[in-house]
Each structure stands twice: as C-alpha cells, then as structure tokens.
Write a new protein. Structure first.
Length: 291
C-alpha cells in the first residue's frame, strides 16, 4: 500500500513539473517561426512619430553648378529634404542618369542643348527652371588678340552641336567669319559662308578645350570650364557674350516629375535671394543670375 501511495505521489509530481515546463513561454516571446524578421522594415525608415527625410539627388557640373547647388543644402534641410549633389565632368552622363532614374534632376545645360539631346537620344527630359547664364568667351592661345590671329590660324571650339553653333555665332559677331544663316543655333564649320582668315577649326569636347589653349590661336570656352581651369571670364576673355545671351542654364528632370514637391522646393531655393547674392558676390559677372 505504501508503495502504491509513493508511486502515485511521484507520478503527480512529474505531471505538475511537465505542466510547468510547457507553460514557461506563455508570457514571453512568440515561437521563432512566427516572429517578424528583423529586415522586414526598410533600414532608413523614420522612427514612429518623426518626419521622414526626403532625399533629392542632383547631377551637376563641378563649377559653378555644384557650387550653386550647395548653397541650397541648408535651405532644403529645414524642409526635411536632403540634397545630394553628384559632380560630373561631361555633358552626356548627367542626362542619361536622369532619364534612367539614377539621378532625380540635373543642372548643367541650357535649353538648346537639352532640345538637341532629346531629339538625338530619344530622351524625355524637361526644364523646370532657369537659374543662370554663363557667357561664352574667346580666349587667347598662341595669339594675344583677335587682330593677331594669322592666316590659317587655329580656333578651338566645343564639338557638341549647340555649343559649337554658339561659338561660331560669337566668332561671327567679331567679324572673323560669316555664317550662311545666323539664326542657325546648330551651325558647324560647314555652314560658314565667308572665312577671310582661312581659320582652321579644332573641334573638341567642351571640357577639353581649356587644356588645349597652347595648341591653338584662340579658343571658345564655356564659362564653367573656364572657371574650372582657373580662368576669369570677365578678366581673361578677349571677348565675352552679352548678358542677354539666350543660353540660360536650367534645372532638368524627367518628364512627369516637374511637380514633385522636393523638385519644386529646389526650384524656389535656386531662385532665392540667397543664391542670387551668392552668384553675384562669388563670380563677379562670369556667372549671371537669370531670375
């Protein structure tokens, strides 16, 4: 009888012990296969109750575009927008990057170039704001002045359609050549009707023109590349475009993104008094506000 009582007591103790073990997790974490994975939420998601920062990525030429954009970083930060400025040294990738969605916008070109690029590449890029003008200038190479250019002298010009036409129009305005059609913004040396000095045209990528000054008599250089090469367009150019040049540099996005809130906030920042004062005080006429 005592053995039976002992056996029953032992069985009861074991049963109670197993029940306690089975209920141990009832107030703790859920089983592993029902937990929310740690990576189920975006890494950059904002904490609950806080405003989420919007990132706006803009492609730009180093000078002066990127420098001007950087004046907008603080303005946009106050609005919850992180402006990221990525610098490019050519005139093609900034456009393809916006078309492909790798950049939200770009700031480096004027409308004639944009129109030509869209026509040739089938891209869908649009201007959302005009910001500044960079007057193109003619700079001395081996000839110290326009009058000193010898017969058969070499002239370096940008090789992209719109900037080459712009350079030829500037040369025509100085009486060095005469074009068949002075309204043709995409003129090439083949469109020259009169060339009294038999000038030879050296067509180069715009970014490479300043580096070849010692190989030519004069060169037509965009102000952003002149500034990048340590040239002051106002002081160093033999002649410079008038301030009413139609080649206004613009902020560009892919069609359909014109009314994006962050983009419109950038437009307002770029056309603010802060940016206007920065341009006027920093570039001394080499870059002119267009607003």
């Amino acid at each position: 009888m005592k053995k039976k009582i002992f056996a029953l007591s032992l069985a009861l103790i074991l049963a109670l012990s197993l029940a306690a073990c089975g209920g141990k997790d009832s107030g703790g974490s859920a089983p592993a296969d029902t937990q929310t994975p740690a990576d189920s939420a975006p890494e950059d998601s904002a904490p609950a109750g806080s405003a989420e920062t919007v990132k706006l990525s803009v492609a730009a030429s180093p000078t002066p575009h990127a420098e001007i954009l950087k004046q907008c970083v603080g303005i946009l930060k106050e609005q919850g927008i992180e402006l990221v400025v990525n610098e490019y040294s050519d005139y093609v990738v900034p456009n393809t990057a916006v078309e492909d969605g790798d950049e939200d916008a770009n700031y480096f070109q004027h409308v004639p170039y944009l129109d030509n690029f869209n026509a040739e590449r089938g891209t869908h890029l649009v201007s959302v704001a005009g910001v500044h003008i960079e007057p193109m200038g003619l700079y001395a190479g081996n000839s110290a002045s326009l009058d000193a250019i010898p017969d058969g002298g070499k002239v370096a010009v940008p090789n992209d359609p719109t900037n080459e036409g712009r350079a030829l129009l500037l040369l025509e305005a100085q009486g060095l050549i005469k074009l068949k059609d002075s309204s043709n913004l995409e003129a090439t040396p083949n469109d020259i009707a009169e060339n009294p000095k038999n000038l030879e045209f050296v067509e180069l990528e715009a970014a490479n023109v300043p580096a070849n000054l010692d190989e030519v008599d004069i060169a037509a250089i965009n102000s952003n590349y002149a500034l990048g090469a340590g040239l002051n367009p106002v002081e160093d150019a033999l002649v410079i475009e008038a301030a009413d040049s139609p080649y206004v540099n613009i902020l560009v996005v892919k069609e359909g993104n014109e009314n994006n809130e962050a983009v419109q906030a950038l437009v307002k920042a770029l056309q603010s008094d802060t940016v206007k004062d920065y341009i006027n005080n920093t570039f001394g006429g080499a870059v002119v506000p267009a607003f």
